[in-house]
Design a protein around this ligand. Structure first.
Ligand code: RB5
Length: 151
């Protein structure tokens, strides 16, 4: 467990899994902020992904966890923000590799894809892994260059 600050956000489809994950992570002592949604009425995932991704890009948080029905919409939106490397992972191996190889700063999950038990394990793998640097750093620098010259 680290003292990283983590932002959580979801749309309506991810709301109930977000609530479960928040309680689970709070019990483990993680420093969390919840950017909503705060109910299961339909909302639009881009609004929640944008707010949380901007806060991670501004380094208000070290990591983010975004949950929608599939995890896909949240990842698409978050990856529009410069500096964000959002990874949609529904298994532990990918979640760990997303941190170790890609230095992903946002994990996205699909509440309609995985159940809460697996989601918790995926999140723990993501939060406990660290970027390995080395050859992976050179690849991240290439991603940053692409980001700077596209648009
Ligand atoms: C909402 O119905 C659903 O489209 C959304 O949660 C997400 O899966 C989008 O990627």
């Amino acid at each position: 467990m680290s003292n990283k600050k983590i932002v959580l956000a979801s749309d309506h489809a991810g709301f109930s899994l977000k609530e479960e994950l928040r309680r689970y992570l709070e019990d483990k002592g993680y420093l969390l902020e919840d950017y909503g949604a705060f109910a299961s009425e339909p909302v639009d995932y881009p609004d929640y992904a944008l707010k949380a991704a901007r806060a991670v890009a501004a380094r208000k948080f070290q990591l983010g966890i975004l949950i929608c029905g599939t995890g896909i919409g949240m990842a698409i939106v978050a990856n529009k923000i410069p500096g964000i490397r959002a990874a949609c992972c529904q298994d532990c191996f990918s979640a760990r590799a997303a941190r170790e190889h890609n230095d992903a700063n946002i994990l996205t999950l699909g509440a309609r894809v995985i159940g809460p038990g697996l989601a918790m394990m995926v999140v723990e793998n993501f939060l406990e892994a660290s970027f390995q640097g080395g050859r992976h750093q050179r690849r991240l620098e290439k991603i940053s260059s692409i980001e700077k010259c596209s648009g």
